[in-house]
Design a protein around this ligand. Structure first.
Ligand code: IDC
Length: 332
C-alpha cells in the first residue's frame, strides 16, 4: 500500500513539473525555440529543419473576437496549427486599414496580443503587413518604418515571432520591392538582430523565380510564395521549383484550397498535390483564412456562433480539410 502511495505521489509531482507549453505537436516554440534560416531551410534553434503548418486570420481589424487565449487554444489544439498569421491590412477595401484610417494603437495592441496568445498556446506567429490593393509596398513606407521599429522593439526577446514585411506586392517591379526591403529589414534587425523575416515577391507573391535570380543579401530571410489551388497548378509549382533549385528559402505564408478570389470552386485534390510538393521541399504553409465570412476559403462554418470551444463540426469544408491535413502530415 505504501509503495502504491509513493508511486502515486511521484506521478503527481512529475505532472506538476511538466511545463505548461509541452504540447504534443511537433516544431513548436517549446520544442524548437527561436527559428533561423540555414542552408535555404527554416530551422529551429538547433539548426535542424522545421515545417510550420497553420492558418491566417482574415484581417486583424475584423477578427478581434478571435484574438483571445481561448480561441488561440483551439487554433493550436483543435486545428493543430503550430503557426498563426496575424494579417493586418494596410489599406481599406472592406476592412479598415492600418494606413487608411484604422486605429493604429488598437491594431498594434491586437498584433501584440496575437504574439502573446500564440506563445501561451505554443505557436509561432507571423506579423503580416498585409499590403494588397496598395500594390507597391513603398506607398505607405513611413507607416511601415514606424510600425516595424516599434513592434520589433516589443518582440526582440520573444522566440516565436516571424516578420512578414509585405504580403503581396503587385503591379510593381522586384527592384522597388528590394528598395523597400532594404529600408525595413535593417530597422527590424537593429532591434531584433536574429529575427526571421519573410519578403513578398512580385505579382501577388507568385514570382519567387525573379527573387531567386536577384536575391537580397541578408541572413534569416525567406521569400513569399502564395497560391490558390483552384487557380494555380503545375505551372506555378514549376516556378517555385526553379527558385528552390537555386536555393531560395521559401515560405507559403498564404494559400487557399479555393479560387484566388477566396471563394468557390474548391480544388482539394490540387491542394493535396501542392502540400505534397511543399512538404517534400520542407516549405512551411499557412492557409487563408480563420473566419466565418461567406466565402469558401473561410475555415469556420458561417452558422457557427462560437468564438472559442470550437469542435471539428464547427469548421467548414476548408477548415476540416486543414485539420485533417495537419493531423496527417504531423504524424508522418
Ligand atoms: C480577400 C478576402 C475577401 C476580401 C479581399 C479584399 O478573402 O473577403 O474582400 O481579400 O480585402 C489574397 C490576399 C487576401 C485575399 C485572398 C482571397 O492576400 O487578402 O483575401 N487572396 O482573395 N491573395 C490572393 C488571394
Amino acid at each position: 500500500m505504501k509503495k502504491l502511495l509513493l508511486i502515486f505521489l511521484c506521478l503527481i509531482l512529475l505532472a506538476s513539473c511538466t511545463p505548461k507549453s509541452s504540447f504534443d505537436g511537433k516544431d513548436r516554440p517549446s520544442s524548437r525555440g527561436r527559428l533561423q534560416v540555414t542552408e535555404g531551410r527554416l530551422c529551429g534553434a538547433d539548426g535542424e529543419p522545421v515545417i510550420l503548418r497553420g492558418i491566417s486570420c482574415y484581417g486583424v481589424s475584423v477578427s478581434e473576437r478571435y484574438i483571445t487565449d481561448e480561441t488561440f487554444h483551439d487554433i493550436s489544439h483543435v486545428i493543430g496549427a503550430n503557426v498563426f498569421r496575424m494579417a493586418m491590412y494596410t489599406y481599406g477595401m472592406g476592412v479598415v486599414g492600418y494606413c487608411t484610417g484604422g486605429d493604429k494603437e488598437k491594431l498594434f495592441q491586437l498584433m501584440m496580443d496575437g504574439v502573446d496568445y500564440a506563445r501561451s498556446n505554443d505557436m509561432y506567429v507571423i506579423l503580416d503587413w498585409h499590403i494588397l490593393s496598395d500594390g507597391d509596398p513603398n506607398k505607405y513606407i513611413e507607416d511601415a518604418k514606424d510600425f516595424f521599429d516599434r513592434i520589433s522593439k516589443e518582440c526582440k526577446d520573444k522566440d516565436n515571432v516571424i516578420y512578414e514585411i509585405c504580403n503581396e506586392p503587385n503591379k510593381v517591379e522586384w527592384q522597388q520591392i528590394k528598395e523597400y526591403a532594404d529600408v525595413i529589414i535593417p530597422i527590424i534587425r537593429n532591434n531584433d538582430p536574429d529575427s526571421v523575416i519573410v519578403v513578398g515577391t512580385p505579382d501577388w507573391s507568385s514570382r519567387v523565380d525573379i527573387a531567386a535570380d536577384d536575391p537580397l543579401d541578408y541572413p534569416n530571410l525567406l521569400y513569399t510564395l502564395h497560391f490558390y489551388s483552384a487557380s494555380h497548378k503545375q505551372e506555378a509549382r514549376d516556378v517555385a521549383k526553379y527558385a528552390i533549385d537555386k536555393g531560395l528559402p521559401i515560405f507559403v505564408t498564404e494559400y487557399g484550397v479555393t479560387a484566388s478570389t477566396g471563394n468557390y470552386p474548391y480544388d482539394l485534390e490540387e491542394a493535396g498535390v501542392w502540400i505534397d510538393f511543399l512538404e517534400a521541399n520542407g516549405i512551411s504553409h499557412v492557409m487563408w483564412n480563420f473566419s466565418k465570412v461567406a466565402e469558401s476559403s473561410a475555415a469556420i462554418k458561417s452558422s457557427c456562433l462560437k468564438a472559442s470551444g470550437l469542435e471539428y463540426d464547427d469548421f467548414s469544408t476548408s477548415g476540416q480539410w486543414l485539420i485533417d491535413m495537419i493531423k496527417e502530415r504531423s504524424e508522418k
